[in-house]
Design a binder for this molecule. Structure first.
Ligand code: AMP
Ligand code: ZN
Length: 114
């Protein structure tokens, strides 16, 4: 996807503070952090929204929470707890249309969120 911000980060066309990478997944610090740790975990392959995940994508998307949990463990807050969020479309608060999982940790979260 030529105009996708996160595809450009994958291709290193725009900079990001990358904290994890493998052949299928990239993770980088959110530019506008909502917690002491706020990382975005994305599939390298472009999938626009949760609604666009198809059967063959399941294993790839399933890697996102595993990478998030690993990053949480590395940062020492896996046992204390953390929050992951995936926003879908306008009313869900999605602003970048490339599937991503927010990993937020290092503070207490309340529920329900606003
Ligand atoms: P969402 O609103 O769920 O689509 O989340 C998009 C997230 O991407 C927001 O938390 C933004 O702060 C973050 N973001 C936007 N541009 C960048 C960027 N260039 N590098 C890192 N994070 C970004
Ligand atoms: Zn993309």
């Amino acid at each position: 996807m030529q105009d996708c911000l996160f595809c450009k980060i994958v291709k290193r066309e725009i900079p990001a503070d990358i904290v994890f990478e493998d052949d299928e997944v990239l993770a980088f610090n959110d530019i506008n952090p909502q917690a002491p740790t706020h990382i975005l975990v994305i599939p390298k392959r472009h999938i626009a929204t949760l609604n666009d995940i198809e059967e063959p994508d399941q294993a790839l998307v399933g890697k996102l929470p595993r990478v998030a949990a690993r990053l949480a463990a590395e940062r020492g807050f896996a046992d204390a707890g953390y929050r992951v969020v995936m926003n879908c479309n306008d009313q869900g608060g999605q602003t970048v249309y490339h599937v991503h999982m927010h990993l937020m940790g290092g503070r207490r979260f309340t529920w329900p969120a606003g």
